[in-house]
Design a protein around this ligand. Sequence first.
Ligand code: GDP
Ligand code: MG
Length: 309
Amino acid sequence: MAEQKQGWFQRLTGGLSRSSKAMTEQVAEIFRKPLDQAQLDALEEMLIEADLGPQAAGRIAQAFGEARFGKSASEQEVKEALAEAVARELVPRQGLFDPLSGPRPYIVLFIGVNGSGKTTTLGKIAADLTARGARVLVVAGDTFRAAAVEQLKVWADRSGADFMSRDTGADAAGLAFDAIQRARAEAYDVVLIDTAGRLQNKQGLMDELLKVIRVVKKIDPDAPHETLLVLDATVGRNALSQENLFGNQIGVSGIVMTKLDGTARGGVLVPVAQASDSPIKLIGVGEGIDDLQPFDARAFSRSLVGLDA
Ligand SMILES: Nc1nc2c(ncn2[C@@H]2O[C@H](COP(=O)(O)OP(=O)(O)O)[C@@H](O)[C@H]2O)c(=O)[nH]1
Ligand SMILES: [Mg+2]
């Protein structure tokens, strides 16, 4: 178990290495002498540059200053204090994705712009759930692009989940309706519904997602039990406007932040977590089947500043 935890943390730290590298270099630069106001200002600026956003950056620098003002510290101590300050921001924004302890079938909708990682995230979740013995139905609700259906089928096959799709251009809401009826009749545990990230225009997409939700609710008023908004960390602060759009127009119950491995901008998770009404539940740290993790605010904060577990 300890070994497993180690591997998990290493993937997180490895994934976040591009984000933490920039921070580590600057931390070493800033804290060569006892902490003074100029260093605190530099720290705040560094956090803003790392995409943590001005509010959180200000609070973190302040908390850090209160703990360490006038003191010299080793790089390790500085990082520990910084990780603690970041964690304080994030711990209240951490949520659990736990489809197997909810009602059956547990219906999960994946939403987000094109390329954010919806299909990949769905595939990783399907693999994890089937490995844990659950019966999973994967639904290709992105009927807009044929390639999207194919891509999802590969993931479903790989994970041993069952798969439902329609022809390109078919009504996604109708597919979702049929899928949930089938899932009820055949006693599936979980239904994972992929959606399009782009249609003719933004409003067209919002209308389609709302229609899917309306139709799903006809079968089960409590569904979708989870609406996961998938956001790509590499777009930096654009993730904030996506959160705003989907959060306001569709309603979101949890956030997945993907591609934390591909960016030096992993800090953007902080302002997204704070802007959103819904917690961060999962993070993606690679393209592989094992590269999805429950969001652990403390572990994330330590990795972000380049600390070990
Ligand atoms: N490096 C990395 N790539 C990812 C991650 N999640 C998704 N991707 C890649 O991002 C691209 C778009 O993902 P996809 O799932 O097709 O996005 P969708 O359009 O929202 O369904 C694909 O090449 C994925 O392999 C991640 O956590 N890390
Ligand atoms: Mg997709």
